[in-house]
Design a protein around this ligand. Structure first.
Ligand code: SF4
Length: 231
């Protein structure tokens, strides 16, 4: 497991908590607009500075009583065998843990829940199933995506689903189909695409959705979930 970054404080990544974020390198997806190519593309990971696990844990030791939670994101954290052990070490220091995942490893999500290692799960639901390969940039086992959604909805821990809305990809009917996939979920967030740093440089030329358009999508999604907001 390679730790590719540590954001020492965040007020927005863990709802209602003051937290820090640990970035784990490596991902099985290649979403063309991914904002973190340095945590995804093997050659870029190679060149990107690595943090030692011990240093992250020592940092956390100094933040006891100051930070409430730790967000584990990536890349895709669930690809790492050492993840449960790492989270356990974080929990042993008294922190809450939020996991950010693309949902490709339902078995790992299940294991983390069974061991009571996560307090909050945020899963990206990237597209309706028929568009998943295009949107994730690889062939995706859609059964795993469906399974993760069900596991998370029935988990008993706090959770959210979210979609980064990409111009020319996500149409109204796609949001409807995603709504069906996550029907009855507590929270769903639509995130507008930002052309700042992407895996596929063509995406740097695309514009984010207009506020009016994304609000339209939010209204559509709202009928499927308890709460839908734009982030
Ligand atoms: S946006 Fe896609 S490629 Fe980038 S880390 Fe997330 S799942 Fe992986």
């Amino acid at each position: 497991m390679k730790i590719g970054g540590l954001q020492k404080i965040t007020l927005i990544d863990y709802p209602q908590k003051v937290a820090c974020t640990v970035f784990l390198s490596g991902c099985v997806f290649r979403c063309p607009w991914c904002y973190s190519p340095e945590l995804v593309i093997p050659e870029k990971i190679e060149k990107h500075p690595e943090l030692k696990k011990e240093d992250v844990l020592s940092f956390l030791e100094t933040r006891k009583g100051k930070l409430e939670g730790v967000v584990i994101c990536g890349g895709e954290p669930t690809i790492h065998e050492e993840l449960p052990e790492f989270i356990q070490e974080i929990r042993d220091k008294g922190f809450l843990v939020k996991l950010d995942t693309n949902g490709i490893n339902p078995g790992v999500i299940k294991e983390l829940l069974k061991k009571d290692l996560v307090d909050y799960i945020a899963m990206d639901v990237k597209a309706p199933l028929e568009k998943y390969n295009e949107v994730a940039g690889v062939e995706v086992d859609k059964e795993k995506i469906k399974e993760s959604i069900q596991i998370i909805k029935n988990s008993g821990v706090d959770y959210e689903f979210r979609t980064t809305v990409i111009p020319e990809i996500h149409e109204k009917e796609d949001i409807e189909k995603i709504g069906e996939m996550i029907k009855g979920a507590k929270k769903y967030f639509l995130q507008n695409f930002l052309p700042e740093k992407t895996i596929n440089e063509n995406y740097l030329e695309k514009n984010p959705l207009l506020e009016k358009k994304i609000e339209e999508l939010r209204k559509i999604a709202s009928s499927f979930v308890e709460k839908c907001e734009i982030r």
